[in-house]
Design a protein around this ligand. Structure first.
Ligand code: 13P
Ligand code: SF4
Length: 302
């Protein structure tokens, strides 16, 4: 990416001066993912990396809930996000008061919360999960009925894998809900592609897929299966980033862009490091409770 090189060099210099670690989610653009990040991966990988981080300063290239999660798991580090407005339709679909109301309606049922939520919602939960370990976390609750929030599509995937009764919320990812069965079938029939879908996709799209998994799990599956042609039914940068890792695989559209992930750019990463902004903080009382739910998730692992 020749046009990006001056920014990449300047960020590398600043990063060294500041002693910072840059963590980037799989949906970050290649010039960020490959160009400046020290740690890359799915939401679970970034949470694990934050919990184990030795650096004083973490720059989280992803959306706000990921930076909050990093701060909760690394309370003594400074966590910066290049754009505070990088949100998520799932995180904004539910409040802490909603979780309390659901608990009152379903007494005794544990609450498992997808990490795509605010710290305040995590603080009301028994355990968090990501798309990489939702099934394992729900099973670890040892309950016949679990309140699973807020992604109803991930929830129906987990219900189909576990047979456990799940109380769902009406949240969806605005990026993945747009994929259709027609697009999936078109990729398979027209291009003879295998289909790999994220569990935030609608259930009928997941049903068409050869593999359903988190963004890191997608890469691992390709490593094992090595198909000639694949359609990754997820955010567009996923294919862009994996193309470099698997040059022999042909990546077929469809894909959708996440407008929140795309708020992070090389210029605002540079500004973030040079001006030390925007710091993400979580009130102590919320962080203590949210950390318990996140640590339960980390103990279960992948
Ligand atoms: P992961 O599968 O990487 O956890 O991604 C979920 C997501 O949508 C992050 O925005
Ligand atoms: Fe949220 Fe979907 Fe964007 Fe991920 S891809 S940050 S779940 S809106």
């Amino acid at each position: 990416w020749p046009l990006h090189l001056p920014w990449i060099d300047a960020i590398a210099r600043l990063k060294r001066e500041r002693g910072a670690v840059i963590m980037a989610h799989s949906y970050q653009s290649p010039e960020i993912f490959h160009g400046v990040a020290d740690v890359t991966g799915d939401s679970l990988a970034l949470a694990q990396a934050a919990a184990d981080c030795d650096a004083e300063l973490i720059v989280l290239c992803g959306v706000h809930f990921m930076a909050e999660t990093a701060k909760i798991l690394a309370p003594n580090r400074t966590v910066l996000i290049p754009d505070l407005e990088a949100g998520c339709s799932l995180a904004s679909s539910i409040t802490a008061a909603d979780v309390r109301a659901l608990r009152a309606q379903h007494p005794g049922a544990p609450v498992v919360t997808y990490v795509n939520t605010s710290a305040a919602v995590k603080a009301e939960s028994d355990a968090c999960c990501t798309s990489a370990n939702a099934v394992q976390v729900v099973e670890a609750m040892g309950a016949d009925k679990v309140i699973f929030l807020p992604d109803r599509f991930l929830g129906s995937h987990v219900a189909s894998q576990t047979g456990i009764e799940l109380v769902l919320w009406n949240g969806v990812c605005e990026v993945h809900e747009q994929f259709t069965v027609q697009q999936a079938r078109h990729a398979r029939e027209r291009f003879d592609a295998v289909l790999v879908a994220h569990p935030e996709c609608p259930p009928e799209v997941q049903a068409e897929a050869d593999f359903v998994g988190s963004t890191t799990a997608m890469g691992r599956w390709l490593e094992r299966e090595r198909p000639d042609r694949v359609a990754l039914i997820t955010e567009c940068s996923m294919a862009d980033n994996l193309r470099t890792r698997f040059p022999q695989i042909e990546f077929i559209k469809p894909c959708n862009l996440c407008p929140h992930m795309k708020r992070i750019t090389l210029p605002n990463i540079h500004a973030c490091l040079s001006e030390l902004r925007h710091e993400v903080t979580v009130p102590d009382d919320v962080a203590v409770k949210a950390r318990r739910a996140l640590e339960r998730m980390l103990a279960i692992g992948r």
